[in-house]
Design a protein around this ligand. Sequence first.
Ligand SMILES: O=C[C@H](O)COP(=O)(O)O
Length: 251
Amino acid sequence: MTARRKLIAGNWKMNGLKADGLALASDLAGRLKGAGVVAFDMLVCPPFPLLFPVHEAIADSPLALGAQDCHAKTSGAHTGDVSPVMLKDAGCRFVIVGHSERRADHGESDAEIAAKAAAAHKEGLVAIICVGETEAQRDAGQANAVVSTQLKGSIPEGATAANTVIAYEPVWAIGTGKTATPDDVKAMHAHIRAELDGKIVEPDAVRILYGGSVKPGNAAELMAVDNVDGALVGGASLKADDFWAIGVSCR
Ligand SMILES: O=C[C@H](O)COP(=O)(O)O
């Protein structure tokens, strides 16, 4: 079996002003430096205005920086958008694309998400491509089919285990306190792993994260599930103690 190092990614979403963000990131960076060898990589994805200051605050630590979205173009007349080259300039190594909140709030299609991921790859960024079904789709027995369609449409040509991470986030588990059962997570992650064959170079080495109400109390159980290679954490990533506890739950 391919060894995959766990990735614990914090998606701060639209939360935090400069002082909060700097305090949180500096706290985590200090813990990582102090801990020495750990069994996980840790990533924070603050809102755009905080990328530069957070990068400066964590530059001498192993804590990685990512963004929550990018445009598919490098520059131009796209008011309000931010390009992958700008993210790289701000110190990012990762970018989340296709989060369900962007799919819902901004009507993003699989094709747009694939274009964003390809643009991120071109700049040397790792794209975290998000997929996941709604509650109605799961109840209708369509979860696997929905995720298969999203994977097929959202993974661009040229995706590899080095430049791509998949995040499975059942929409009904995001911010709700409801978590998928370990058995459901195991089944879906196995399905995703099988679907990556032929779509990504080195499919066995791709990290597949679980996201949806991950917290210190359920992290150890979820992180021990087959094919769960880390977590994409929202609410619990805003508290250093909670986010750190999720990290150290990785074995
Ligand atoms: O990107 C993170 C996810 O949407 C999960 O959010 P949550 O941990 O608040 O449920």
